[in-house]
Ligand binder design. Structure first.
Ligand code: FES
Length: 255
């Protein structure tokens, strides 16, 4: 079931020069949402922002009844989101899309690989994995240390491995070169971030015979499978990222 809700902004936090964390709440308990699903928010105010913006669910804090959205302020619409104030209303359609594959045994070790603002859904997914008594390991990539977001929060749920392109934090290089890949065993990999990174992760996983899924970030407009602007070629034909995804088994993608 989908809901259209006017959620109330409870805080807006600039967490580095690219990302803001918007926490939203409601008088009623927020609906069920699964990790990997997303929200379409309506951005009011500027002519280029009449479309809704898809934003992944960063975290669901049941204790405080808060939904967290981590937003990279890179375009008009997302910059307008960064200018929201406490007590403003944000019209949201949620929850949309499918979810990451949830753990099915407690001894499962799941590697969550994120890059850039693509780390966002992995926080809620990591918590969900830990709640199911399985083990999440985070492998987060960024250009530079200052681009890393929510590190302390990730550490609350599992081991955090880092790569940066400039070597300013963690190991220097790309996520697929991190030493944890050769040292530890993983049953599955889930990834979200820039497409070249996810493609490299998928190639690594296929070679190592580890099941892998990726959350795609194709351009979206309607968010409900009507406009076809988000299609991705798969072995099952063209699928809508918004409705059939955003999470896909990477073996099904034509990468
Ligand atoms: Fe319109 Fe996916 S965004 S079909």
């Amino acid at each position: 079931k989908k809901y259209v809700l006017d959620l109330k902004v409870s805080s807006v936090e600039q967490i580095n020069d690219k990302n803001v964390l918007i926490r939203l709440t409601d008088d009623k308990p927020l609906p069920e949402m699964l990790p990997g699903q997303f929200v379409e928010v309506r951005v009011d105010g500027s002519p280029s922002t009449f479309l809704r913006r898809p934003i992944s669910i960063n975290f669901l804090d049941r204790d405080r009844n808060e939904l967290w959205l981590l937003v990279a302020t890179i375009g008009d619409g997302t910059r307008a989101l960064g200018r929201l104030h406490v007590d403003d209303k944000l019209n949201c359609v949620l929850p949309l899309g499918n979810s990451f594959t949830l753990p099915n045994r407690p001894d499962e070790r799941i590697l969550l690989v994120g890059g850039g603002v693509g780390v966002a859904p992995l926080l809620y997914f990591g918590k969900t994995i830990k709640d199911a008594r399985a083990t999440p390991v985070f492998l987060l990539g960024a250009r530079s240390a200052s681009d890393l977001a929510e590190l302390e929060l990730f550490k609350a749920y599992g081991e955090v491995c880092i790569t940066t392109e400039d070597g300013s934090a963690g190991e220097k290089g790309f996520v697929t070169n991190h030493s944890v890949l050769s040292k530890e065993h993983f049953d599955r990999i889930s990834t979200c971030g820039p497409k070249p990174m996810m493609m490299a992760v998928a190639r690594y996983a296929h070679k190592a015979s580890i099941p892998c899924e990726a959350s795609l970030e194709n351009m979206m407009a309607c968010g409900v499978g009507a406009c076809l602007c988000c299609v991705e070629k798969t072995i099952e034909g063209n699928l809508c990222v918004c409705k059939d995804g955003p999470v896909f088994d990477t073996q099904k993608l034509m990468w």
